[in-house]
Design a protein around this ligand. Structure first.
Ligand code: ADP
Length: 518
């Protein structure tokens, strides 16, 4: 079961979720109802551990989701608000991506993939790009991705929002179907939606739970104009009515029955706080430990592969590659010290100027990595799968590095040409390329960091370029002029150019390697 124990979450001065407690049992289909801004999405993000509570805890079978986030993610399927999806992927590719992260069977009839595609009725759009799907099909796909691994708990945030009446009916039918096997928590601000699909309703208003009960009762109450409520409680022991009626806000005991050492009371309760105590759930068995090493590497590789594919799905990536190579070859052949001007068989001119090209090339490659995920909201879906944030970041980093190394590999044409016409020192060339690989890895880390700071790619590009430029300038003598010697030296050590200067000459120094790795 899922238990929220006195959970609160604020954003600045807005209290989005205010001491919320409830428990959802296995097999329940619960409607989480409230007006816009009531705190529904925030509650769902707390359950999926996308957000952490300021106070209180979210427990799955008694285990705090913060203690075992990956274990919790394994058991939850999540469809966030607005159903963020990677529009440039095919439906098939996307489901395979999710399946890889989930470690579920994907091949053949009867596999998890096959079952899910049949259940959600998306077979006919299986090879279509997600961006071209109708809203109804996108919603089915979002649902398919959330139930692919047969989760114990399904969290759906406004799953029918923005759909036309027919599509709404279709999705509600699907949810009812799914609800036969799974525990479902579904948020909505549309009352009829829960009436049709849920057996229990929890109402949230201004961050507080204001009602929690069977759909039937609450609907009846909603039609009742009086503010009084009727609740049924079970109390251990006999002859307890006299005490219970003294509790604050209890007006009357209207019915009493005893069985197996428990007394069932029906209480008339005035408006105001609920007299029922909030019970902490006993701790359940701890979930199995985090995935073994193999799954960790598989997760990183799944993310990296997707990242790399995203580059090659966009024409911009090809343009970037061409510009990068064209500039390099221009510098190599024609710039001061270039082959045609000096007649020397050396890559020196290319490598001397490479950092200046990378200054723009690397931020352009990395700017979207995290900013786009945040802007589109896909970060929230991907992080609801059982992988750690660190694996996600490493995957993103590896993906963009692979792209950068493919670009670097393109420049190998230069030494190849030279080795035909002249005698090239291959040891020097090797050192230059290895050193450059380190430089690129360092710069890409700065780019990824900048991309993590914002939802806007252009802002990320500007930040990354500015930081890398500052690092390039830090090593120049101009900047150190006027500084005390010790400070000038320290600033100089931060600079990229002195470290890369060795690389450009074909010298690998451990100090330079340490610098780039750092
Ligand atoms: P609902 O899903 O019921 O519409 P939300 O949980 O999205 O409500 O929002 C509850 C309150 O918290 C709103 O006042 C909203 O403006 C605020 N809020 C939600 N998320 C954020 C956030 N990331 N930053 C600042 N305020 C937020």
């Amino acid at each position: 079961m899922i238990t929220l124990d006195n959970v609160s979450k604020s954003f600045g001065r807005t209290v989005a979720v205010d001491e919320v407690s409830f428990t959802v049992d296995r097999g329940e289909v619960v409607g989480f109802l409230g007006p816009n801004g009531a705190g529904k999405s925030t509650t769902m993000r707390l359950i999926t551990n996308f957000l952490e509570p300021d106070d209180g805890a979210v427990l799955i079978d008694g285990v705090d989701v913060r203690e075992d986030p990956v274990g919790a993610r394994r058991r939850i399927g999540y469809l966030p608000e607005n159903n963020p999806l990677y529009d440039d992927m095919l439906v098939a590719e996307y489901l395979r991506f999710v399946g890889d992260l989930r470690g579920v069977g994907m091949d053949g009839p009867g596999s998890a993939l096959d079952d899910t595609v049949q259940a959600t009725g998306i077979a006919e759009v299986f090879y279509r790009p997600i961006g071209e799907l109708s809203k109804g099909y996108k919603q089915r796909l979002g649902l398919a991705a959330a139930i692919l691994h047969r989760p114990d708990f399904l969290i759906l945030d406004e799953p029918t929002e923005g759909l036309d009446p027919n599509q709404r009916q279709e999705i509600r039918r699907l949810i009812r179907e799914v609800g036969k096997e799974h525990t479902v928590i579904l948020s909505t601000h549309v009352l009829p939606e829960v009436e049709e699909t849920c057996r229990r309703i929890i109402v949230i208003h201004e961050g507080k739970i204001v009602a929690d009960g069977s759909t039937e009762n609450l609907m009846a109450q909603a039609r009742d104009t009086s503010t009084k409520r009727t609740i049924v409680v079970e109390v251990r022991g006999a002859d307890v009515a006299r005490e219970v009626v003294k509790l604050p806000n209890v007006e009357e005991v209207t019915d009493e029955s005893e069985s197996e050492g428990r007394t069932r009371l029906t209480l008339a309760v005035g408006s105001g706080p609920d007299p029922r105590p909030r019970d902490r759930e006993p701790a359940g068995p701890v979930q199995p430990a985090d995935a073994v090493g193999g799954q960790v590497m598989r997760n990183i590789w799944t993310i990296a592969r997707k990242e790399l594919r995203t580059y090659f799905d966009h024409p911009t990536a090809y343009i970037l590659l061409v510009v990068f190579l064209a500039l390099n070859f221009f510098f190599f052949f024609f710039f001061l010290g270039g082959v045609f001007l000096t007649g020397n068989a050396s890559l020196r001119s290319m490598f001397d100027l490479l950092p200046w090209i990378l200054l723009f090339f690397i931020p352009a490659v990395t700017m979207g990595t995290l900013a786009e995920e945040r802007r589109r909201g896909t970060l929230e879906v991907t992080l609801s799968h059982p992988l750690r944030e660190s694996q996600f970041l490493l995957g993103k980093y590896a993906g963009s590095l692979l792209f950068l190394y493919i670009a670097l590999a393109g420049t190998l044409l230069a030494p190849l040409t030279l080795s035909i016409g002249g005698r090239l020192d291959m040891g020097v060339v090797l050192a230059q390329y290895i050193g450059t690989a380190f430089l690129m890895a360092g710069m890409a880390a700065v780019g990824l960091f900048a991309s993590a700071l914002t939802r806007n790619q252009i802002t990320a590009f500007i930040i990354a370029t500015a930081v890398i430029f500052a690092l390039m300038m830090a090593g120049t003598e101009g900047l150190q002029m006027g500084l005390p010697a010790w400070l000038g030296g320290a600033v100089g050590e931060l600079g990229i150019m002195p470290h890369f200067g060795n690389v450009a000459r074909g010298v690998i120094d451990l100090r330079d390697v340490v610098y780039f790795v750092a």
